[in-house]
Write a new protein. Structure first.
Length: 292
């Protein structure tokens, strides 16, 4: 709504309302103008009512009329002025009531504005406090994220180390399995060789015994010579039996070594994270045993 409407426009609007036979009020004058604040129009309307009496008195001077007509005309104008003053007083009372209502409404609006401003200030303070809390929480979360990232990197390094240890353990297990297979193969070969050797010794012993028996039957007359030959054969048989016993002991030792390697492989499988370097030359003790 426009503020500072000219007084001549307000006066002209009030005259127009009065010319229609209506009492000039703030709302009617504002409606006639199409603008203007109630306070501005009310103040100017008060001035219009004050000037209205002077305007009517100036118009009451009508020279050149008969005395009776002039007196009647003056009486009419005085009655009109009196009526206009009553109307003006009533309008003034209404304007004062409107102004009082406007003041009360303005005071209520101002009080509401103060309350709203206080509420907004409180909300702004709460928002600032909340923002500060969120910023602190964000800083804590960033620190926590950095710690978690460091832990993740440490776990990745540990995982890589465990994978490397696992690979080394697998390679060690493969080497042990190869050593065990080689030991079993050699042990099997030595066992077969020992069995063939023992079988050959037994065959030779049987042949010697058979030949000795045949010779004993053939040289019955030569008892002493035969006894000496029998003693020699017995010694040879004892030697062969001793050699057979040693061969059996070596075969048993080979079997014991194979069982030991199998037990070591089982322990390695049960503890996959333990670091063990492959032991080279597991068959050297066997070769040394073979040379005995």
């Amino acid at each position: 709504m426009a503020v500072g409407v000219p007084e001549n426009e307000v006066f002209a609007a009030a005259d127009a309302v009065l010319a229609r036979g209506e009492r000039p009020t703030v709302e009617r004058v504002r409606l006639e103008l199409g603008r203007g604040s109630p306070a501005r129009v009310g103040n100017l309307l008060d001035q219009w009512w004050e000037q209205l009496a002077g305007r009517l008195r100036a118009e009451s001077r009508l020279p050149g009329l008969p005395a009776e007509v002039a007196q009647a005309f003056v009486a009419v104008w005085q009655q009109a002025i009196h009526s206009a003053q009553g109307v003006a007083e009533r309008a003034l009372i209404e304007q004062r009531q409107v102004l009082a209502s406007e003041r009360e409404r303005a005071a209520a609006v101002e009080e509401q504005a103060r309350q709203d401003a206080a509420r907004f200030r409180q909300q702004a303070a709460e928002a600032v406090a909340a923002r500060q809390a969120v910023e602190l929480r964000l800083i804590d979360l960033e620190l926590l994220l950095a710690q978690r990232q460091t832990q993740v990197e440490d776990l990745q390094q540990q995982r890589e180390g465990l994978l490397l240890e696992r690979l080394e353990t697998q390679q060690h297990n493969q080497a042990l399995q190869q050593d065990l297979q080689e030991t079993r193969r050699r042990g099997e070969q030595e066992r077969v060789a020992q069995e063939n050797y023992v079988r050959g010794v037994e065959d030779r012993a049987h042949r010697e015994v058979d030949r000795a028996r045949e010779e004993g039957k053939a040289v019955t007359g030569q008892f002493k010579e035969a006894g000496r030959q029998v003693e020699q054969l017995q010694r040879r048989l004892e030697s062969v039996q001793a050699e057979l016993s040693q061969s059996q002991q070596r075969a048993a030792a080979q079997h014991a070594r194979a069982d030991t390697l199998e037990e070591q492989l089982k322990q390695v499988r049960e503890a996959p994270t333990a670091k063990r370097k492959p032991r080279k030359g597991k068959a050297v003790p066997m070769q040394a045993a073979d040379g005995q």
